[in-house]
Design a protein around this ligand. Structure first.
Ligand code: 6GU
Length: 239
């Protein structure tokens, strides 16, 4: 996959994209990432990228020319999936991450809350928000999208971590424990050291259902539940 990021603040990406799993994915060639400062495409003397809004009002609006010139400089930009990060976009989720991870070429334009000239919508495919709160700009949203997409590219992380994680089947993850067995009086649930794999499976499924029922009942509506799950849920409701 290739990802191009159009931003006025390229330094914001330096740390995150050069650490840990993303760093390794880049080194192994699973993803090529280019961070581009679209200010350098402004065709005016002072490299100005914003102006006052038509109709009046507070704040500045990003002009369309530097963004479109920047887009047009990217090889094969027409066939890429072009995303604008904006609080008024569709809310991002794991399903969206999965579908983006199957694309060959993403271009992400980092928006700013004061706004972008609306005519940019003629050049983009999707507007994405990462949740109902306001960030100072689209950079952190772009990073969240990129991180969640890259880890789903085949061979970036191992398959089991993906199929067992939260949201993959619309259930939150079961609780995990590791050594020591006892810490300041806090013990690990005994079933996990019983060696009984069937009992461990049931415990984990029960706890995943319980966490989802109390925290995210909206997810349960979408989850595929079998008879055992329904029995577990009845037990949870009656507890
Ligand atoms: Cl994509 N941008 C900004 N500025 N704020 C947000 C957002 C995006 N998603 C949630 N809040």
């Amino acid at each position: 996959m290739r990802i191009d990021i159009l931003t006025l603040f390229p330094e914001m990406f330096d740390g995150v994209l050069n650490q840990s799993i993303i760093k390794r994915a880049r080194e192994k060639g699973h993803v090529e990432i280019n961070v581009i400062n679209f200010r350098t495409f402004a065709d005016n003397k002072h490299q100005k990228v914003d102006d006052t809004p038509y109709g009046g009002g507070a704040g500045m609006v990003l002009t369309i020319q530097p963004l479109v010139s920047c887009l047009e400089s990217i090889p094969n930009f027409k066939s890429a999936t072009k995303i604008l990060t904006t609080p008024s976009g569709h809310t991002y989720n794991q399903n969206k991450a999965k579908s983006l991870s199957e694309k060959k070429h993403l271009i992400i334009i980092c928006g700013h809350y004061e706004g972008i000239d609306e005519r940019i919508l003629n050049y983009i495919d999707e507007e994405i928000s990462i949740g109902d709160y306001v960030l100072t700009g689209g950079e952190i949203a772009a990073l969240a999208i990129i991180d969640s997409v890259i880890r789903l590219i085949p061979n970036v992380i191992n398959k089991e971590s993906i199929t067992e994680e939260s949201f993959s089947d619309n259930l939150l993850e079961y609780p995990q424990y590791t050594k020591p067995y006892e810490y300041k009086g806090l013990k690990v649930p005994d079933v996990l050291i019983s060696g009984n794999h069937e009992e461990i499976r049931k415990f984990r499924r029960f706890e995943a259902l319980k966490k989802t029922y109390f925290r995210r009942p909206d997810l349960l509506e979408k989850a595929k539940l079998n008879n055992e799950d329904i029995n577990f849920l009845n037990k949870i409701k009656n507890e």
